[in-house]
Design a protein around this ligand. Structure first.
Ligand code: MD5
Ligand code: FE
Length: 204
């Protein structure tokens, strides 16, 4: 089912369930080549999520700022290639919202363990803001914070569960958003964690 969030954003409930096992296998393969790490914010704090990437570009943060890198700074190798099954899912999900021919070149993979969170922010490190963003949730449920165009706009709280895919584009692309502190629990496939894949077009 498609649950509208805004003008150009919606949750596709359970959209990733038919390929959950393939997605988990791909995440394991990505992390074997580009290990999980906790990034430092430019302000010197360690993020509570663990991160890795696949695709032409990977999102990175350190004392020098937030940016996309074509090479993993941890291994000095290119990021693992974007798995076709992930690129296809993102392209099909984007098309459900009317964004045709979405070619993601960056797949950010975040792992949340109980207590991990992501504060309200905008995604604006991408070269072009005209492409949509697609996110895939796996594992433990999370409370997604869906804000407005100003940081001070009070966010709505929406539960995202295993298999949900969310698409944001157009006027909703620059909304402030975040993830509330993850509650404890056990997911039958993933145990005490939530994994989120965020597909973006980072380069030109
Ligand atoms: C997550 N990750 O669930 C989220 C999913 C991140 C991040 O926010 O930057 O790693 S992506 C949610 C998103 C992206 C772009 C726009 C909007 C939400 N939005 O307008 O709400 O780990
Ligand atoms: Fe974000």
């Amino acid at each position: 089912s498609k649950i509208s969030l805004g003008e150009q954003s919606a949750i596709l409930r359970g959209y990733a369930l038919p390929i959950e096992q393939q997605l988990l296998a791909e995440v394991t393969a990505i992390a074997a080549q580009a290990p999980w790490r906790r990034l430092q914010t430019p302000g010197g704090k360690s993020m509570s999520v663990m991160t890795t990437n696949s695709g032409e570009f990977g999102w990175h943060s350190d004392s020098k700022g937030y940016r996309y890198e074509a090479t993993d700074p941890l291994t000095a190798k290119p990021w693992p290639a974007m798995p076709e099954v992930i690129a296809d899912l993102a392209r099909n999900a984007a098309a459900e919202l009317g964004f045709s021919n979405f070619k993601a070149d960056a797949c950010l993979v975040n792992c949340y363990q109980p207590g991990a969170q992501m504060g309200l922010h905008q995604d604006r490190d991408e070269h072009s803001l005209s492409a949509p963003i697609v996110s895939i949730s796996l594992g433990l449920p999370a409370r997604f914070l869906w804000g407005g165009m100003k940081r001070s706009d009070r966010p709505a709280r929406i539960e995202l569960v295993h298999g949900d895919v969310v698409v944001w584009g157009g006027v909703d692309r620059l909304r402030f958003h975040g993830i509330a502190k993850l509650a404890g629990g056990q997911h039958p496939l993933l145990g005490a964690q939530r994994i989120n894949l965020t597909l973006r077009r980072a380069g030109p």
